[in-house]
Write a protein that binds this ligand. Structure first.
Ligand code: C6P
Length: 418
């Protein structure tokens, strides 16, 4: 995991996951009379007390709408909301805070780009390139766009380890490619994709790149300027923040040139029945009342993560991934789906002879929360010819003991189905 760590805080002091668990109230609960072992972090992470406190303070002390009132509460809410934007800007390494658009999450961020940028820049005969391992939210909006404008959706395939077949990239990129949409870290496989290389090659043919950062932001240090990504999408709830808030980063020049997507309050400069003129960035893309509490909670989450250090989190999770791969790999019935060289925090597996949903149900009885299913990545399941996997996904508060508990619970699966 070397290249992304080069820019991260020193690794000499490993994080103390056991101590950090105390920051997350929900981790103290039991499930079916057993201590909760939460290994479903790719679906959503748990929230630290500082995030819960930030939400509480907003609603308890200065709840108000933003950008609208001259009264004190509205000013306080507006200041906190815009301060949250600056926190996100710094977290992502963006050049300016107006390059940060608050959305509902990764899905909405991708839809925003597909609709606003796509309708203006993609036409009949043009091409959009996605990869075989995309989440549905980075496939379907592009498919809808292609169908509407007569463009073609092309797919960069992956191999049986779950690595992108990079040798195919140059063939698939043509002068008709308008945009490449690629996931930074796959939710179904854990593959950590070489997005820097993809961005470089896409730019060489004049295409823009949207990176789906839903699963990278919680795990890796990300610097959008260093990556040179045109768009970067993320969800707050997967990075220790609240549900319902997300981010679209876009380069200012690209966002500026885009028409708005949704129309409504706060995104206009002037409205008459004859003509409406639109506001500046980022308001142009934030029609209606935003999730003010969500943005403030997300900033609290990012501050919390920075306080620990993204390099230290990545190093801790790399250790867990290595440990988990070893101990789970010793179970004869286990077959991993996703064995790329560069992976982050996801252990997707099959248990021979038992359907993943049954595996998940037995694990739940043992207090172990994992996700089973297609993980909104049907093409990945189709590639491997399977309906579903059992997925354990890790976070900063997970420990080797959590993985030992998963191993014990999988032994239980064997006993039940013997
Ligand atoms: N993956 C999972 O369990 P939203 O729902 O908008 O917050 O995120 C969508 C999304 C987009 N891209 C990737 C790579 C994702 O993993 C997700 C969400 C969850 O894997 C729910 S399916």
């Amino acid at each position: 995991m070397t290249d992304a760590l080069e820019s991260s805080p020193p690794l000499d002091l490993p994080l103390d996951a056991h101590a950090l668990r105390a920051d997350f109230p929900v981790l103290a609960r039991t499930v079916h009379d057993r201590p909760l072992v939460y290994l479903d972090n790719a679906a959503t992470t748990q929230k630290p007390q500082v995030v819960l406190d930030a939400l509480d303070r907003y609603y308890g002390e200065y709840n108000s709408n933003v950008h609208r009132g001259v009264h004190r509460l509205s000013q306080e809410a507006t200041e906190a909301f815009e301060a949250a934007r600056i926190t996100v800007q710094r977290f992502l390494g963006a050049a300016a805070s107006h390059e940060i658009v608050f959305t509902r999450g990764t899905t909405e961020s991708v839809n925003l780009v597909a609709n606003a940028w796509g309708r203006a820049n993609v036409g009949a005969g043009d091409e959009i390139l996605v990869t075989e391992m995309e989440h549905h939210s980075n496939i379907v909006p592009w498919q809808m766009l292609c169908e509407a404008v007569g463009a073609t959706l092309k797919v960069l395939p992956m191999d049986d380890r779950g690595e992108l077949r990079m040798e195919r990239l140059d063939d698939l990129l043509t002068e008709r490619t308008r945009l490449v949409a690629v996931v930074h870290v796959s939710n179904a496989l854990g593959t950590w994709n070489p997005v820097e290389t993809i961005i470089g090659r896409a730019h060489a043919v004049g295409a823009l790149v949207l990176v789906d950062g839903a699963q990278s932001i919680p795990h890796l240090p990300v610097d959008v300027q260093r990556l040179d990504a045109d768009f970067y999408a993320l969800s707050g709830h997967k990075a220790y923040g609240p549900m319902g808030i997300g981010v679209l980063y876009g380069k200012a020049a690209v966002l500026d040139a885009m028409p708005p997507w949704q129309g409504g309050g706060d995104m206009i400069r002037m409205v008459t029945f004859e003509k409406t003129t639109y506001g500046e960035l980022p308001c142009k893309f934030e029609a209606g009342t935003p999730d003010v509490a969500g943005a403030i909670g997300l900033a609290a989450a990012f501050d919390y993560v920075e306080g620990i250090g993204r390099g230290r989190i990545a190093a801790h999770e790399a250790d867990l991934l290595e440990y988990g791969t070893r101990v789970l790999g010793e179970i004869p019935e286990v077959r991993f789906i996703g064995t790329a060289d560069r992976k982050a925090a996801v252990l997707s597996l099959l248990f021979e002879g038992v359907h993943p949903h049954d595996v998940g149900t037995i694990l739940d009885r043992e207090g172990v929360a994992v996700r089973t299913g297609h993980h909104c990545a049907y093409p990945v399941m189709q590639h491997f010819g399977i309906p579903a996997t059992t997925r354990a996904s890790l976070a900063l508060y997970n420990t080797r003991e959590d993985l030992d508990a998963l191993v014990r619970a999988l032994t239980r699966v064997r006993e039940v189905f013997a």
